[in-house]
Design a protein around this ligand. Structure first.
Ligand code: CTP
Ligand code: MG
Length: 545
């Protein structure tokens, strides 16, 4: 009955969960995102983890017929939602209504038959759909959900069609932010990885952190994960006071870092030896924060797995809280990240350049410095904390309020256009030589060390988030801020206009700022022109001094 109703999409369909999901996938997606607004990161994580545990990842032949595929899957259980996307080939993520659906698939899926190779007998929730019929499938009816953001050119076109600068900024954030499907895929990869770790550590969870969940993730950003063994770390264990009791015998090593390294080494080795689709696995165990880096081919995600990284989880929570306080926070972070990437200020490859995390800190600091401030300082958030928010990790005070409604904002009404211009001015003239950026105090502090750019880590306060940045990369950033500030102030293309020569809309406003050629023109112009520009240049020179 379910299969029939699923396929005929008639009146009856509304009464079955299976058919309803065919019709209301979009609504579900919308509702999921809606529900997330205002929730704590912890609650979001728990819900998303459960969703992921009910899901499987299936590689499909490219001409798969959707109806036939779903009809087959309904044999295992009711489907809550599903979507298709392209990685290396077409894949489907299918979420069942309950975990029994997954169990049923795993019980009934067959083992691949191989003749020339030998397979590693490790079963996972990454499966392949086989079509053993002689007749080929009908035309594919699959709609693929994009898993990467638009190219810069497409973005510029899209922004140029908007009617106001603020709409351009909203549009940029919308086209770059993680989609519902991409978020599901990220949690599913964590859950698949947990299946690899679970035989050794059944109580563990693997949680995403960083930009996958902090509200500032862009499509295509890496997936930072954290193997959480808190349940068995001994930290939360209550020791019995009297009488007999039993405890586990456990191997002892001299430092917690050694424990982290051993665990990651084993999981890394499992991924190398057994992990379906885990390619290019590197164990980077001597880093300050040991990690296993690999490419998860079925999802197309670049993954970093860490362990014992609770402070990073806290900073993710903090960023998530800030991102929810005012829409302008996310909008400015997205705009600045996109602008920096377009002009080669940031890069996917690690190096001496500014990272997205540093840029985010810089945006937050700038928003704290507005008058009136748009967001509170970290010290103010700490003062608002309830007793249950109290948190100390390895001697670092990580306490801050967890309920957003306790935070009173100060009524700043600046437009995004103004804020972006001011951001460029602020960092085009910031006193990098002497001062450190500090979101805990919301005020620049004397620099404790000589690195060109100093941004205090909000929780591990002796660390500089931007320690990797060298002088020439900082200089490039500062020049670009100045040129962009100039362009925003003086550009003629400050409003939408007619079609360009090529027939597309003429880039204007924010779109112009994303064009490297425009910035190059400013460079030339500022070198030669007179008047107010001279004046601005003079003040830049002053600030450099
Ligand atoms: N982190 C940190 N200190 C650093 C670098 C990173 O505390 N110097 C933490 C932050 O919580 C950060 C997370 O590790 O969000 C992940 O780092 P990274 O992947 O570099 O940054 P993302 O914020 O995830 O940004 P991106 O989109 O570039 O991955
Ligand atoms: Mg990241």
């Amino acid at each position: 009955h379910k299969i029939e109703t699923l396929l005929c999409r008639g009146v009856k369909t509304q009464h079955t969960a299976a058919a309803a999901q065919m019709k209301t996938v979009n609504k579900v997606k919308h509702d999921e995102k809606e529900k997330e607004g205002g929730k704590s990161l912890y609650d979001v994580q728990v819900e998303r983890q459960q969703q992921a545990e009910r899901s499987v990842l299936i590689s499909c032949p490219s001409r798969t017929n959707k109806e036939r595929f779903l009809k087959h899957l309904l044999k295992y259980g009711d489907i809550k939602t599903h979507f298709f996307y392209e990685s290396i080939g077409v894949y489907a993520v299918v979420e069942f209504s309950s975990k029994e659906g997954v169990a049923s698939i795993l019980e009934r899926a067959s083992i691949p038959s191989v003749s020339h190779e030998s397979m590693v007998p490790f079963k996972s929730r990454v499966l392949s759909l086989r079509n053993l019929d002689k007749i080929s499938n009908q035309q594919s009816s699959i709609q693929l959900q994009p898993q990467s953001s638009a190219s810069t050119n497409e973005l510029i076109q899209r922004l140029s069609r908007e009617k106001s600068f603020d709409q351009q900024i909203t549009s940029l954030a919308e086209s770059y932010q993680l989609t519902e499907e991409n978020t599901r895929l990220r949690f599913l990869v964590c859950s698949l990885l947990k299946d690899v770790a679970a035989p050794f550590f059944p109580e563990c969870t693997i949680k995403p952190f960083g930009s996958s969940v902090n509200g500032f993730g862009k499509m295509g950003c890496d997936l930072d994960m954290f193997l959480d063994l808190d349940g068995i770390s001994g930290r939360k264990v209550k020791q019995p006071k009297l009488g007999l009791s039993l405890e586990y015998q456990m191997k002892m090593v001299n430092t917690e870092r050694r424990v982290t390294q051993s665990i990651l080494s084993v999981i890394g080795e499992c991924l190398i030896q057994f992990g379906p689709g885990c390619e290019g696995v590197q164990k980077i165990l001597n880093a300050r924060c040991p990690l296993v880096r690999f490419n998860h081919q079925p999802s197309g995600l670049q993954c970093d797995l860490t362990a014992n990284n609770r402070v990073a989880m806290k900073s993710t929570e903090l960023l998530h809280l800030y991102s929810e306080l005012d829409p302008r926070v996310r909008q400015l972070v997205f705009t600045v990240r996109c602008w920096a990437r377009t002009h080669g200020i940031t890069s996917k490859i690690p190096g001496a350049w500014i990272t997205n995390f540093s840029l985010t800190m810089m945006v937050l600091f700038f928003l704290q410095k507005r008058s009136p401030p748009i967001i509170p300082t970290l010290d103010q958030l700490r003062d608002l904390a309830d007793p249950e928010d109290k948190c100390n990790i390895e001697g670092n005070d990580c306490t801050f309020v967890s309920i957003p409604s306790k935070i009173q904002l100060k009524g700043n009404t600046e437009t995004m256009e103004n804020l972006l211009g001011e951001f460029f001015e602020f960092y085009g003239t910031f006193s990098y030589t002497n001062m450190s950026i500090n979101i805990r105090k919301g005020k620049e502090q004397n620099k404790p060390e000589v690195s060109p750019l100093h941004i205090q880590n909000p929780f591990e306060i002796s660390l500089n988030v931007a320690k990797n940045v060298n002088a020439s990369q900082l200089e490039r950033f500062v020049s670009l801020c100045r040129e962009s500030a100039w362009l925003l102030q003086h550009a003629h293309d400050k409003s939408p206009s007619s079609l360009s020569g090529s027939g597309g809309p003429q880039p204007w406003g924010l779109a112009t700022l994303l064009q490297p050629s425009q910035i190059a023109a400013i460079k030339r112009r500022t070198r030669t022109s007179q008047g107010p520009v001279r004046q601005t240049l003079k003040s830049w020179v002053e600030s450099l001094k």
